[in-house]
Design a protein around this ligand. Structure first.
Ligand code: GZL
Length: 344
């Protein structure tokens, strides 16, 4: 019954999701699994086929944002197109670190060639990364980082420069406010490098270049639209019309903030300037509607880099320690011209 459900889910996702230029949703090219329990702890730990394929275990964070879904689909679409040379084992950790760790340990037991995963938070990885090292399995960090103590326990990080992203957002916010005003900040998942560094980049740039822009409050919305809306509602109750702008560590929280701002009787994009990060389609639609002012792109389409790097690591070739994604900055005046060319 669970397998039937998994196949149905895979089929449903195939029909409904498209991103980064393709559609696909195979949970694994070998054993489809609908959720973390099946994926992280498959019934009988599948053995690694000895057919010469590159076998990659990917422990995904979850489905918290449109960006995350775009990344997952890019990875699964790539795997679905390369089943002759690649075996993808995919686990969805439902945003829990313990599930990512469980999935990684299953990949070690399977004897995969390479393990790749986005660490949901920066800390708590030393033990399991040491186990990967002792098992001789290379590790690729994807779209987030771990703290410096684990620097020697992974082989490559493929991720954007979040400090740069925060600085870009601060530049645009400072310009939009004419160098003076009061803003609030919606932070990503507590302890995630994407949140920590986007905050550092933004806050430090603001303090250095726009001292007359005051950050009234800053609170986590956990990268989700729902919590982003709830936190913005509480900011509006406390500060109301005092708020001139909101900086959101991802577009999903920005879209939630827009809902809260409208329900409070203000005009998003006008009364309150809105800047997000990710570059998802919803942000471009909000900018075209005049309800959002800027999104700083964070490329989720990393599959090519992930699997090319994995192949090099399997072959014993050296790879760069940090492969930095190249991102852009899009403001509302550009949105209408580029929205149709967006791939996620
Ligand atoms: C960024 C990634 C972040 C996105 C969010 O590389 O880790 O996680 O910005 C997602 O949308 O939840």
């Amino acid at each position: 019954m669970k397998k039937l459900l998994a196949m149905f889910l895979a089929l449903t996702m195939t029909m409904s999701l498209a991103a980064c230029g393709g559609t696909a949703s195979v949970q694994s090219t070998e054993t489809p699994a609908a959720n973390v329990e099946e994926a992280a702890t498959p019934a009988a730990t599948p053995t690694k086929a000895d057919d010469g394929k590159l076998v990659v275990g990917f422990a995904q964070i979850g489905q918290e944002s449109g960006w995350r879904d775009a990344e997952t689909n890019d990875i699964q679409w790539y795997a679905a197109r390369n089943t002759d040379t690649l075996q993808l084992e995919f686990a969805d950790a439902q945003q829990k670190q313990e599930n990512q760790i469980k999935a990684i340990r299953n990949f070690i037991e399977m004897g995969v060639d390479v393990i790749a995963f986005p660490p949901v938070v920066e800390t708590g990885w030393e033990a399991v990364l040491t186990e990967c090292k002792e098992a001789g399995i290379p590790v690729i960090l994807v779209d987030r980082g771990v703290d410096a103590s684990c620097e020697d326990l992974y082989d490559c990080k493929i991720a954007s420069d979040f400090i740069w992203e925060g600085e870009q957002a601060a530049k645009v916010m400072g310009d939009l406010l004419g160098g003076k005003g009061k803003i609030v900040e919606l932070e990503g998942t507590v302890g995630a490098s994407a949140a920590t560094d986007r905050k550092t980049g933004f806050d430090d740039y603001m303090a250095a270049n726009y001292p007359d822009v005051e950050i009234l409050a800053s609170q986590t919305g956990d990268f989700t639209r729902t919590l982003g809306k709830e936190v913005m509602e509480s900011f509006l109750k406390t500060y109301g019309a005092e708020i001139n702008g909101v900086y959101c560590h991802n577009d999903d929280m920005a879209l939630g903030a827009i809902e809260a701002i409208k329900e409070a009787g203000f005009k998003p994009g006008e009364d309150i300037k809105i800047i997000g990060v990710d570059g998802v389609k919803g942000a471009f639609e909000a900018m075209v509607a005049g309800e959002m002012n800027c999104t700083v792109e964070c490329n989720p389409c990393l599959a090519n880099q992930i699997f090319e790097t994995a192949a090099k690591l399997k072959a014993g070739e050296s790879v760069e320690k940090w492969v930095v994604s190249i991102d852009g900055v899009y403001t509302s005046d550009q949105a209408a011209d580029v929205i149709d060319s967006r791939t996620y």
